[in-house]
Write a protein that binds this ligand. Structure first.
Ligand SMILES: [Zn+2]
Length: 539
């Protein structure tokens, strides 16, 4: 047989944690067909992997690319760091399902978040219709989806700060069922964001039960990663136990000084839960800062009814005073970033208008000074109002000891917590978190090669077969015959991230080849637009 691709002379790391071995890999169409010391075989294309390591394509356990794929199918920053499959739809936030009566309004809101000149037509309301839209054309990488609890809640009962009625809860269960039947891999929640922030544990258990019925998981951005971290991990464990569902804790971290070191406690809790038969794991990105929308500095009550209502409240001096007081003093159970971390640790990462663009990459205390506002609170109200709530922020909140401890845990896998962007064009705006470009190379360069936190093969396991097992993507994530040909070829001595917080738009080094479904999409370090990725539906 003449193969399509033959990768010769490389060290193979299978992806299951086993040590490397010498071997060749033969690919025909979209599958790996033969692995080993292959003699006298022919192929259309031969890649000499001498001095390089052949590993399975990375599976990003935590991606936000789902809102991107319809407008940016290339997914360049994803591919360029060796990711061939993303698990999207995280943190409760997905763009389906949608209540049909709010579709137009929803489309407007979605478009305010997109770069200048890019528009998205919302043609779907159900999860299946949304996946069909994504399937209409190719993708840079494969995309598996979770359905967001936030979307389900909004479609089921709006953005109100209250518990659902029995009828509304039934509707939310139906919507979850529809998404799972369409091929979602589980349900995600974002319990610091509206409307997830308004949901009680009981509601989450009910919906996670539906996901479990269809073999899905419950993947959660905890109710708090700062002062309320331990309590929040316990809530996730309770949901796993009561709903009898596998649980994934998203981007696990200890996110303020008061809880630095508490990863010891949380990892022990996870260990204990597992001993009781609750299947709980975590994902993580390797940086000391997190990133989300600037609007999440505002207390939960002010989000009641949605973004337009929030902007109205922000324009009202009386309401602002109440917000100021709550941020200064905190509210029990609320993840109060600015209050817990200080304004000097809150950096604005992206701004839409030309007028305020100069504040990108600056912290809120500095912005307040430059704006000549009285303090950072006043600067925050102004910026949110002028930009209609759209700015992004990066928050410096973690400590290296926790990062390494979580990374070394056998229950940790790697995820970027990013969406696909680019180093040029409309998707290169702002100063996005460097994890968009460097997550996987950073683990392999800084934490494996330089700091010996993990064995190389163990790190590859956490990037490939482990997330594949976690989400049930069982035909990917290992280099074996019969598996899909998602393959990355790495220079183990050179691999390193280059993106920084100051200058994020840089692709990593040391990844000369990426193959997606048998198609070469990075060739000698250069991105090729072949769009060989597919929407994956859970069967
Ligand atoms: Zn999150």
């Amino acid at each position: 047989m003449v193969y399509d691709i033959l990768i010769k002379n490389g060290k193979i790391v299978e992806g299951n944690g086993n040590p490397w071995y010498w071997g060749d890999v033969a690919v025909k169409e979209d599958k790996i067909v033969s692995v080993g010391l292959l003699k006298g075989v022919e192929a259309e294309e031969i890649i000499d992997a001498k001095g390089l390591v052949v590993v399975p394509g990375f599976i990003d356990a935590h991606s936000h690319s789902d809102s991107r794929t319809l407008v940016y199918r290339e997914m360049e920053s994803t591919i360029m760091q060796g990711i061939t499959t993303v698990v999207a739809g995280q943190c409760g936030s997905t763009i389906a399902p949608i209540d049909p009566t709010t579709r137009e309004q929803y489309e407007k809101k979605l478009n305010t978040g997109l770069p200048e000149g890019i528009t998205l037509k919302v043609t779907w309301t159900t999860f299946d219709e949304y996946l069909k839209e994504e399937e209409k054309a190719g993708l840079g990488a494969n995309v598996a989806h979770l359905v967001g609890h936030g979307a389900i809640r909004t479609a089921g009962m709006g953005q109100d700060a209250r518990a659902p009625t029995a009828k509304e809860l039934e509707k939310m269960k139906e919507l979850t069922k529809e998404a799972m039947k369409a091929g979602a891999y589980g349900i995600s929640s974002g319990l610091i964001y509206p409307p997830g922030i308004f949901a009680k544990t009981k509601e989450l258990i009910e919906l996670a039960k539906v996901a479990a019925e269809y073999g899905g998981i419950y993947d959660t951005h905890l109710r708090g990663e700062g002062c309320t971290l331990v309590k929040s991990v316990k809530e996730a464990i309770t949901i796993g136990e009561k709903a009898n569902v596998p649980v994934q804790i998203s981007h696990h971290k200890a996110a303020c000084k008061a809880v630095w070191g508490k990863s010891k406690t949380t990892l022990r809790l996870i260990e204990k839960a597992r001993e009781k038969g609750i299947d709980i794991t975590v994902d993580q990105y390797p940086y000391e800062a997190g990133a989300t929308g600037l609007i999440n500095l505002i207390p939960p009550w002010a989000h009641d009814g949605g973004r337009d209502k929030l902007l109205e409240r922000l324009a009202d001096t009386k309401q602002r005073e109440k917000m100021r007081k709550d941020i200064k003093e905190g509210i029990s159970g609320w993840e109060n970033f600015a209050g817990e971390l200080g304004w000097e640790n809150v950096m604005v990462s992206s701004i839409k208008s030309d007028k305020n663009k100069k504040y990108e990459g600056k912290t809120m205390d500095v912005i307040a000074e430059e704006m000549k506002e009285k303090d950072a609170f006043d600067a925050l109200w102004k910026l949110l109002l002028e930009e209609e709530g759209t700015p992004g922020m990066i928050i410096f909140c973690m400590e290296e000891g926790d990062i390494k401890r979580i990374m070394a845990s056998p229950y940790q896998m790697v995820g970027t917590d990013s969406s696909s962007v680019c180093i040029r064009g409309p998707f290169s705006h702002g100063k996005p978190h460097p994890r968009h470009f460097g997550t996987y190379p950073r683990v392999l360069g800084k934490y494996v090669r330089e700091e010996n936190v993990l064995r190389f093969e163990e790190a590859i396991r956490k990037m490939t077969s482990f997330p594949a097992q976690r989400f049930g993507i069982l035909d990917r994530g290992i280099i074996r015959p019969g598996m899909f040909a998602d393959i990355v070829i790495i220079d183990q001595d050179k691999i390193m991230d280059k993106a920084t917080f100051e200058n994020p738009h840089q692709y990593p080094e040391g990844i000369p080849y990426v193959i997606v479904n048998g198609k070469i999409t990075v060739d000698k370090g250069k991105y090729i637009k072949v769009l060989a990725g597919k929407t994956l539906r859970k069967r």
